[in-house]
Every structure is written in structure tokens, then in C-alpha cells.
Write a protein that binds this ligand. Structure first.
Ligand code: ADP
Ligand code: ADP
Length: 226
């Protein structure tokens, strides 16, 4: 069953701006798909539609074979990581990483256990009691990845997560992300400006073009079997 099926989905914003021409795309389980292209080509718009939060103006999307009329993703979890780590500055690392679990009503002991495991996975065991400002930019991004991992997602959608970091830190996080992806049954959609990231990380690269925003070509690198 495809993780996401996008069928002729297009986007015209309420102000009349046409951000995306009709897009067809299938994300298979275990794929690491990158969206790459110039500013304004609609990468974030497409990612937004793939999160199930930004409605397509026309066309349809389906998650995990739930059909094109579905409103949720029952039994499956998707999680989103933004360019900015978006941490609450007054809350500890642990509390920040636990937020989605608290909102979902996961019992505290279980939530705590998952957060500790996620923080350890991103190399931040022992930092749970610190505040965001006590950590480097790269470490804060790790916290936002841990926050996503703690939800044990089937699908991770990342919008230029390392775009604001220096090249050295980005390379390090790229390598760590690859390791996380390899060790678990996880599909990833990853927006980037970096052709290096696209080729180094992906099983499949979706190249987009601007004016009008559209998919220009899809490059298969290492697509897993059906
Ligand atoms: P990218 O992520 O590739 O830089 P975006 O998906 O953010 O591109 O935006 C695509 C185009 O849609 C841009 O020209 C942007 O200005 C425009 N856009 C984005 N959001 C809105 C909105 N809410 N209303 C109108 N135009 C928008
Ligand atoms: P990143 O590449 O994630 O930004 P840094 O380059 O800032 O990480 O730091 C490298 C490593 O040094 C971190 O992964 C962390 O283990 C350790 N480190 C960084 N800042 C601190 C700190 N304030 N206290 C203890 N260890 C730290």
C-alpha cells in the first residue's frame, strides 16, 4: 500500500495565486523522497498537502490506501519537522520533546520513556533538563527530530530541516538522519535546496520548477520494491 498517493493535486491560494500545477506522485513505504527546486516552486506547498493539513484546490490525496475521501490516517502516525526547531524557550528539552505525546494523551510514564529513547537516538541523552538556549543550533534541530521520533511516526515530513545550519553540522545531521531512516520502517519526505542532500539522502528525487510551480522530473535513485 502506498504511503501517499497524490492524484492531480493542484493549489491556487485564496488570493488567486496559482502555486502548483497538477501533481501526480506516489510515495512507497520505506522511501526517502526529496523535493528540490528553486524558491517559490511550491515545495512547501506540496509538502503541506502531503501532511494532510493544507487542502488541495483540485485533485486528491490518499494516505496508506485510506481512499481519496479520507479525513485522517487511522492507525498511522505522521510527523512534521520544520526549518526552525520551534521549541518553547521556557520549557526544558524533555518537555519540548514530550509535547506531541502530552497533546495526544499518552500516559506520562510511557511518554517519558519514549522521549528519553528519542533523545538518546539523536545523541542528546542527558540534555533533557536543559533549556533550548543552552544548546547549539544543531542540537536544537536534533531536539525537534527527537520530538518527531518520540511519536514513533510511520512518515516523517521535513521542510528544509537543516537549511539554517552551517555545512559541517548539516552534514553530520544528514548522516545521522540516514542512520535513523535505515534502522526503522520509516518513510521520509524531505524538502531541500541542496542537490548534495538530494542525491546523498534520497531513494528518489523530485525536481520541481517555478513559474508555474510544478514537477519537472522524477529521478529514481534507489526505489525499494513494491
Ligand atoms: P517553496 O517552498 O518552493 O519555496 P512555496 O510552496 O513556499 O515555495 O510557495 C510557492 C509559491 O506560493 C510562492 O510564490 C509563494 O509566495 C506562494 N504562496 C505560498 N503560500 C501562499 C499563500 N498562503 N497565499 C498566496 N501565495 C502563497
Ligand atoms: P551539533 O553538531 O549537533 O550542532 P555541536 O557541534 O554544537 O553539535 O556540538 C558537538 C557535540 O558537543 C554535541 O553533539 C554535544 O554532544 C556536545 N556539546 C555541545 N554543546 C554542549 C554543551 N553545552 N554541554 C555539553 N556538551 C555539549
Amino acid at each position: 500500500v502506498p504511503v501517499i498517493e497524490v492524484k492531480a493535486a493542484e493549489k491556487t491560494f485564496p488570493n488567486g495565486f496559482r502555486a502548483l500545477e497538477p501533481v501526480d506522485l506516489t510515495l512507497k513505504p520505506g522511501e526517502f523522497l526529496t523535493l528540490i527546486g528553486p524558491s517559490g516552486c511550491g515545495k512547501s506547498t506540496l509538502l503541506g498537502m502531503m501532511t494532510n493539513l493544507l487542502p488541495a484546490s483540485k485533485g486528491k490525496l490518499s494516505w496508506w490506501g485510506g481512499g481519496f475521501e479520507q479525513t485522517g490516517t487511522p492507525g498511522k502516525t505522521l510527523s512534521i519537522v520544520f526549518q526552525d526547531a520551534t521549541l518553547m524557550p521556557w520549557a526544558t528539552i524533555e518537555t519540548n520533546a514530550r509535547l506531541p505525546l502530552d497533546l495526544a494523551g499518552v500516559p506520562r510514564p510511557q511518554a517519558q520513556e519514549r522521549v528519553q529513547a528519542a533523545l538518546a537516538k539523536v545523541g542528546l541523552a542527558g540534555f533533557g533538563g536543559q533549556l533550548p538556549r543552552q544548546l547549539s543550533g544543531g542540537m536544537r534541530m536534533r531536539v525537534s527530530i527527537a520530538r518527531a521520533l518520540a511519536t514513533e511516526p510511520d512518515l516523517l515530513l521535513m521542510d528544509e530541516p537543516f537549511g539554517a545550519l552551517d555545512e559541517f553540522t548539516r552534514n553530520k545531521l544528514d548522516a545521522d538522519l540516514l542512520e535513523l531512516w535505515r534502522e526503522r520502517d520509516l518513510s521520509i519526505v524531505f524538502v531541500t535546496h541542496s542537490i548534495y542532500e538530494a542525491v546523498f539522502l534520497s531513494t528518489r528525487v523530485v525536481v520541481m520548477a517555478a513559474r508555474p510551480g510544478r514537477i519537472s522530473s522524477i529521478i529514481d535513485i534507489d526505489v525499494p520494491g513494491p
